[in-house]
Design a protein around this ligand. Sequence first.
Ligand code: ADP
Ligand code: MG
Length: 309
Amino acid sequence: MIEINGLVKLYGKKAAVDNISFTVEKGEIVGFLGPNGAGKSTTMNILTGYLSSTEGTAKVDGIDILENPMEAKKLIGFLPEQPPLYPDMTVDEYLRFVYELRSCKLPKEAHLAEVCKVTRISDVRSRVIGNLSKGYRQRVGIAQALVGNPPVIIFDEPTVGLDPKQIIEIRNLIRNLGKNHTVILSTHILSEVQAVCDRIIIIKDGEIVADEKTENIARTMDDSRKFTVKISGPQKEVQKLLSEVNGIARAEATGERELDSYTYVIESEKGVDPRKPLFYAMAKAGYPIIGIEAAAAALEDVFISLTSK
Ligand code: ADP
Ligand code: MG
């Protein structure tokens, strides 16, 4: 459905995107993951025809976005990093405007009502966009992308600046869209792509460093898991005991202390869950475990483990 081949974008001498190629099949939800400045927005903007490439091609359903921008753009709904909203318009006026702009042929009232329903903005349709909360404005941005029911949907950092509840709502919405659309979303948040996407493409300094099914990326991270543990007892003694527990490869005190409890970061051996032996060892020694949680794998950890393969 989407075919990107040898894409290069130079700003002066610096390559924002440096020879990127990938394809996305119909019906896939693909996460484009990378830190700030990696080249995500540049790639999305070229793919959607907002920006021209220095070299390389981008095709949507076989149509070249540079050669045939009008045709290609009809197939794409795009939520840019800065949604193109008109703060003085009401939601309803804005969506009607987008409908006309796209020369949409679907039954107008029914279609716009449906778009408002799936993005859950029906109750604010008569409100002025400028007065809406960030979460609602983001949903209006998504609604705008859905007008005309394009088969391909591209979202650039759709959850930035939203609160946790709004983030969950938007993620659910995207997952639902994935049932009937091909979706690409960019983000710098690993847990976001894990939660939503079938496949993850990792981009760093304008180059693709990994392109894997989400479950494989999760497996890579599971190979060596980290936990943060808080244990009540003398630090030296506890740390020595920790290093002797089956399945723990490394244990380090973080220096964090609360009353008589110290916090440690433990790293498990490949494929072993050390939590049960840890519990018994500490119980036997009389040092209660006050808390234990799996440390989220940092994006950097994933980069390192994926790029060193
Ligand atoms: P991301 O979306 O992953 O944060 P971008 O695609 O926005 O990354 O940017 C990639 C790189 O290109 C960054 O180093 C950025 O500073 C640079 N860049 C982006 N837009 C421009 C521009 N208009 N002029 C010069 N450099 C730019
Ligand atoms: Mg960006």
